[in-house]
Ligand binder design. Sequence first.
Ligand SMILES: Cc1ncc(COP(=O)(O)O)c(C=O)c1O
Length: 374
Amino acid sequence: MLPYGRQSIDQSDVEAVTAALGSDWLTTGPRVAQFEADIEAIAGAPAVTVTNGTTALHTAYAAAGVGQGDEVITTPMTFVATASSAALLGATIVFADVEDETANIDPAAVEALTTERTKAIAAVDYAGHPAEYDALRKVSEGAGAVLIGDAAHSIGTTYHGRPVGTLADLTTFSFFPTKNLTTAEGGAVASIRPDLLQRARTFRTIGLVRDKSLLRYPDEGAWHQEVHEFGNNYRLPDVLCALGSSQLKRLAAFKARRQELTARYDRLLADVPGLRLPIQRDGVDPLRHLYPVRVLGGRRREVFERMREAGIGVQVNYIPVYWHPVFEDLGYRRGMCPVAEAFYAEQLSLPLFVDLSDADQDRVVEALRTILGS
Ligand SMILES: Cc1ncc(COP(=O)(O)O)c(C=O)c1O
């Protein structure tokens, strides 16, 4: 089965991991700081590495101070973790509908839902195309809320010349194998605000405080460390950070190939009937994680099944988050976000990954053409 996404690992990646395995540090060593610096160079803001994109979100919400009684406004067109990791902290999730063109959260819908309890607004750069951060920034400032960007899909993307990592107060990344770069499991939180980044770093390290000037009992002894707020062990080991740094060296080439494949899909699918292709807004330069088409005429399920039968691993990203039974059981009902639901009903992700060959991509296009009859 041709996958819809997969990692690209070359000899330089293998050598980087092997070197880490032979070093003194398997975890909490110098490769962690190196990978964090390498992420900063791409993301434009200092970063803290964590174990995956879900724990990155948990860490970001904790750093933002999200807790019981707070509301977090987010998009339903995302992986469940964007919402569930805030729910785990006791927040009430409020879903704002998306824009029809990009499937990204609609700033006007967010604005209509803000209250004095809105603690955070979390956007997702769906498929790698950035959300409308300038408009979202105005809304978050008006509401006194922390702006969070879930950039699980979009490391390497820029918005009006600014890299993701500088667009929100806190930005989260995932390095799962299907993403724009991988560390197997892995993630990061970047922040343009030193106070939020420090909170993220402490949360990621079990809440441990070691800075003597911050200790409640500074004279206890040189071994002493304290926990002032609960945290978790979300440390990403050196072995995986080594892979991350190596992958980041290849990111420009990854971007070029993903852009090439995107342009080829745009060209080859332009005359296939019954399809709506993704768009790119002016001023954005996306590193595309997904190539999401819309299958018109109520045929998405049929096309999904026939593509899978043809050995082509298409995917659907995503069911609206509040359709998950955990949200249904909390009283969320279908119909809440009609634009997102209409998008979901037609959405299909075609294979897109760095080592996808032109010939395999042609096979995807031909299979679609056969099913849709042109
Ligand atoms: C938008 C989005 N947010 C968060 C995550 C969670 O990332 P991870 O799988 O690394 O936990 C994913 C990954 O599937 C994602 O696509």
